[in-house]
Design a protein around this ligand. Structure first.
Ligand code: FES
Length: 178
């Protein structure tokens, strides 16, 4: 009887065997590996966020559209604009005038919130959105608009066409002679 009891006793382990089984149980413990995975995922998410922010900040100073290249519109030969004429150009949202001093272009984009001001029979401009009123030379005389309508820069292209720049402004009253 006592011999049987001795035979079922588990064999004694050396101290080395005990360490290896402890290592294995640590390696396969599910909570530790999940924690590691979540930690790694969080670290990679943080790295990705910093990289995206860095790339975004590099793009900030650069406009997506280069206004200088797209803003100039050719209008044909300057002689096409007759003396004392007023011509509306929808592609510019602007009027081109010729008087005895020369050519000039006034933007009809309201300086309040950007609606298109209409030109009245008396030559003044009136904004349909909030009622700003501008003189024939673009000076603001009523409504919420903070300043007058913009006068746009004009030039002559190498092939002799009149060019108006939608984004470059000149001082009110400036004439272009061509
Ligand atoms: S947008 Fe012209 S008055 Fe407001």
């Amino acid at each position: 009887m006592s011999e049987d009891h001795r035979s079922v006793r588990p064999p004694r382990r050396t101290s080395h065997e005990g360490e290896s089984s402890l290592e294995e149980s640590r390696r396969f413990a599910p909570e530790t590996s999940r924690r590691d995975f979540l930690g790694l995922a969080a670290a990679w998410a943080a790295v990705a966020a910093v990289a995206a922010a860095a790339i975004g900040s590099l793009r900030l100073p650069m406009p997506s559209v280069f206004p200088e290249s797209n803003s100039q519109v050719k209008l044909g030969p300057p002689g096409g604009f007759k003396p004392d004429s007023a011509t509306y150009l929808p592609e510019l949202s602007a009027w081109v005038f010729r008087d005895e001093q020369g050519l000039y272009a006034i933007s009809s984009v309201c300086t309040h919130l950007g609606c298109i001001a209409g030109r009245e029979p008396d030559g003044r401009f009136k904004c349909p959105c909030h009622g700003s009123i501008f003189e024939a030379d673009g000076k603001v005389v009523g409504g919420p608009a903070p300043k007058g309508l913009n006068w746009l820069a004009m030039s002559l292209s190498p092939d002799g066409q009149l060019v108006v720049d939608k984004v470059r402004t000149v001082k009110s009253g400036t004439r272009f002679t061509a």
